[in-house]
Ligand binder design. Structure first.
Ligand code: NAD
Ligand code: GLY
Length: 374
């Protein structure tokens, strides 16, 4: 991957996917700016999918902004939280679509974080075999990662994001102002996915994150704007080359193999996705070091940055009787696993990642070294 692409102000970031290409608009005040929804498909109805936390903050503003374009605007507000990213909640979206008589041209709007975005995208992919949808991400995590690239899914008790589809939105609208209402813990969770782009793709950006971490934690608008833009640029470049994760795209899962095990093993919602990814990245860096790819200084540097972002760096014990066994069992249901063999995203040199299997005994040593032993 390449170095820093010059900052292009308020221009959208483009995802090049042939006839599925789209823009990511990034900036303040976009939620109800007149131009934001121009060029979207016209239809008689729109369905805003949001949740009980985000609805009172932003749903009315979005509905008002869409009113000139869509004669009928309906809203469905889902229960909030990762533990609701399941079939039951997905069905609430289908119930709303059918109850309101939504047709194949209905445009769906995902207003919220990654949970709302992933579920809305999956509903859009399957309702009447596919209706258009727009991502309006309101968390940092969703703006820098989940709203971009077309991965949609719900969780299964046995595995994270196990049921889903690749389905691209028509447009992504990142209104940076919405980040002002985000709880501090959620801001930190989003920073995990921002940090991720450094070790896998761009050490210039990583240096920048290190020198701007205080500003990011204080929600400096310029710093947040650059973090969202650069993250989207890197993700757009990766997804543009490998939309359906035939190879390269897997690098975006740096830290996620351990992270998904933590989320499923603790029970969805105990650790936030970003928290699990933050800790998982430190574990994956440690694994890269154990495989002789990077040095300890690289691991320490990453752990320090993850810590400064307010994220955990010590892994939880998932089973006091057989912790390593539990981690390994959970990681074997990761989507990258092949015939039960776990594949890890490792850093082979700072700014570059690879995907490979690792002997169980090396993984076991890293898990052991990563948990807190009282
Ligand atoms: P989330 O959707 O649960 O949102 C976090 C919390 O913030 C929720 O309580 C939400 O209601 C609240 N919230 C959202 N916007 C707010 C705002 N502006 N002000 C105040 N509160 C607000 O979590 P998330 O971190 O956004 O997303 C995590 C999910 O994203 C996970 O399910 C993960 O698997 C998924 N994900 C998907 C991809 C992908 O490529 N599709 C990538 C990364 C993560
Ligand atoms: N968040 C990982 C991906 O989009 O591929």
């Amino acid at each position: 991957m390449t170095s820093l692409i010059p900052d292009s102000g308020l221009d959208p970031v483009r995802i090049d996917l042939g006839d599925r290409s789209y823009d990511i608009a990034i900036g303040p005040g976009l939620l109800d700016a007149p131009d934001t929804y121009a060029h979207l498909p016209t239809a008689t109805s729109a369905l805003i999918v949001t949740n009980q936390t985000v609805a009172p903050l932003y749903a009315e503003r979005l509905a008002r902004a869409l009113a000139p374009r869509y004669p009928k605007i309906h809203t469905v507000s889902l229960p909030d939280g990762e533990s609701h990213k399941n079939w039951e909640t997905l069905n609430l979206i289908f119930d709303a679509l059918l109850t309101h008589g939504c047709d194949r041209k209905t445009v769906m709007f995902a207003l919220g974080g990654g949970v709302v975005g992933d579920m809305t995208g999956f509903a859009a992919a399957s309702y009447m075999r596919g209706v258009p949808f727009v991502q309006v991400p309101t968390t940092l995590l969703a703006q820098v990662d989940s709203s971009v690239g077309g991965k949609t899914a719900i969780n299964h008790p046995l595995g994270k994001n196990m049921i889903g589809a690749f389905y691209q939105p028509q447009r992504v609208v990142c209104d940076l102002d919405t980040l002002k209402t985000l709880p501090a813990r959620e801001l930190s969770a989003g920073l995990a996915e921002v940090i991720k782009y450094g070790p896998i793709a761009d050490m210039v950006f990583y240096d920048w994150i290190e020198s701007h971490m205080d500003a990011l934690m204080l929600r400096d608008p310029e710093a947040l704007g650059h973090a969202v833009r650069r993250s989207c640029e890197i993700k757009a470049e990766v997804v543009g080359q490998d939309e359906r994760e035939g190879g390269l795209r897997a690098i975006l899962n740096f830290g996620h193999t351990f992270g998904h095990a933590i989320e499923a093993g603790m029970g969805y919602g105990q650790w936030l996705h970003g928290e699990a990814v933050g800790c998982g990245m430190v574990m994956a860096a440690r694994l890269s070091c154990a495989m002789g790819l990077v040095d300890q200084a690289f691991v320490d540097r990453l752990a320090a940055l993850v810590h400064r972002a307010g994220l955990p760096t010590v892994a939880p014990v998932l089973d006091p009787r057989d912790n390593v066994g539990r981690y390994l069992a959970l990681m074997r249901v990761d989507k990258k696993a092949e015939a039960g063999e776990i594949k890890f995203v490792l850093i082979d040199h700072p700014g570059h990642a690879r995907v490979q299997s690792v002997p169980d005994e090396v993984v076991a040593r890293v898990i052991d070294a990563s948990v807190h032993h009282p």
